[in-house]
Design a binder for this molecule. Structure first.
Ligand code: 9MG
Length: 270
């Protein structure tokens, strides 16, 4: 398998396909499997390098779902996409990852960074899949209640460095791993923007950096709505370009065409 940076050269766009009734920013538009498949195919046409299929919401305040329910949501979508589109599976569960990889997924996007399911590291290591390790303070249900850091960028970098070592020690080759600072996962608006400004400290860990800023509530809040639960496209594009300029290479987004266009222009600038 090619190193992750060759398989996903910068800038690469990852399209979000939430097969959930309650995702924070798309309101469950792809909850129906046929809708999810159609959305994934459209994203690939619009230039997504990969689509991230998930059956468990990670929005602030959300509860987890059972294994059976998560499989019921994602398996028909993965079956329909097999051989047609590059797929990432957004899960913290080893069994969901195992079945998704058997259905052709090539990347496991684990927002818990291998802390939720002790069997997931082995599933990834033995399959040859790519892996995304993301930072989160707390858990989705409670993470936005009182996020607290002395030094947000330093702590996120130290966490990701430790999780990278853990994954490598568990048998996942380093060249298959990317890191994600986890914007919105246990971070206030100010902490998210400080982290974005200091993204170079995450890039300095030496692995490709994936960012998910698209439609996140911090974008709506920085624009003046203290109750915003999402952010607009204009702000998502600005944040993606800011992240690109600071060294991010993979962009997890809802609006693929617009991000491909914005990042193509940013890349042409050099
Ligand atoms: C599943 N999910 C929701 N937001 C995300 C983000 O910012 N990064 C990654 N890797 N996954 C995310």
């Amino acid at each position: 398998m090619r190193p992750l940076e060759e398989r996903f050269p910068p800038p690469s766009v990852m399209g979000v396909v939430n097969v959930t009734p309650d995702s924070f920013s798309d309101g469950g538009v792809n909850f129906d499997a046929d809708d999810a498949v159609a959305a994934a195919l459209r994203m690939a046409e619009e230039g997504a390098a990969i689509v991230d299929v998930g059956g468990e919401s990670t929005r602030p305040g959300s509860d987890g779902v059972s294994l059976d329910e998560e499989l019921r949501r994602v398996e028909p979508v993965l079956e329909a996409l097999q051989g047609r589109v590059a797929v990432s599976i957004d899960t913290t569960k080893a069994e969901v990852a195992r079945r998704a990889l058997a259905l052709g997924a090539e990347l496991v996007n684990d927002v818990s960074a291998l802390r939720s399911d002790p069997k997931l590291a082995d599933v990834v290591a033995s399959s040859g899949a790519y892996l995304c390790l993301m930072h989160m303070q707390g858990e989705p249900r409670t993470m936005q209640l009182e996020p607290s850091y002395e030094d947000v960028a330093g702590e996120v970098a130290a966490f990701l460095e430790e999780r990278l070592r853990f994954a490598v020690d568990a048998g996942v080759p380093e060249e298959r791993i990317c890191l994600d600072p986890g914007f919105g996962f246990g971070k206030s608006v100010e902490q998210n923007f400080e982290l974005l400004g200091r993204l170079g400290e995450i890039v300095a860990l030496g692995r490709p950096v994936l960012v998910g800023l698209s439609r996140k509530r911090s974008l709506g809040r920085i624009l003046g709505d203290p109750e915003a639960t999402t952010g607009p496209l204009s702000a998502s594009l600005a944040a993606a370009v800011a992240a690109y300029e600071r060294g991010a290479t993979i962009f997890r987004v809802h609006d693929v065409r617009e991000h491909v266009e914005a990042l193509t222009v940013a890349a042409a600038v050099g």
